[in-house]
Ligand binder design. Structure first.
Ligand SMILES: [Zn+2]
Ligand SMILES: [Zn+2]
Length: 146
């Protein structure tokens, strides 16, 4: 367990995550790709109760019916991903003061992995549609047909 600090490019939004783990992952899903403007998002999952906004606060964009992206409204730096009703959240590894403090341990959303950009490795992989909590969230927002 460690303390991770970070923030956006302009410095308006800063955070500290205390007593958290350092297992990070690549998310290759299309929403993360767009949210960070890259072929994948490097994320570290932490408990919301362990995160303190030490300067400012993120602005949120709902990127799905149940997921949102936190970013700095002044400079646009992507900072977080979370489900508002969840006790956990992701911080973007690139917004950490020391991105090297987090280790890559897995890959998520590999059905939309972009070939050629991130070298293959032997780490565990998960498809979005094989991840039961996410499948259940999508099922819950699908309206029954009359
Ligand atoms: Zn900023
Ligand atoms: Zn994603």
């Amino acid at each position: 367990m460690t303390t991770l600090t970070g923030g956006c490019q302009c410095g308006a939004v800063r955070y500290a995550a205390t007593g958290v783990g350092t297992d990070g992952y690549w998310c290759h899903c299309r929403m993360c790709q767009r949210a960070v403007g890259s072929v994948a998002a490097a994320l570290v999952n932490v408990a919301k109760r362990d995160v303190t906004w030490t300067s400012g606060a993120p602005t949120y964009f709902m990127s799905s019916p149940f997921g949102r992206r936190g970013f700095c409204a002044a400079c646009g730096t992507p900072l977080t991903f979370d489900y508002p009703d969840s006790a956990k959240m992701d911080l973007t590894v690139g917004s950490l003061d020391d991105p090297g403090a987090v280790q890559l341990t897995s890959h998520f959303g590999i059905e939309t992995r972009v070939p050629g950009w991130i070298a293959p490795d032997d780490l565990p992989t998960t498809r979005c549609d094989d991840y039961a909590p996410l499948v259940a969230r999508w099922a819950a927002v699908e309206r029954p047909r009359a």
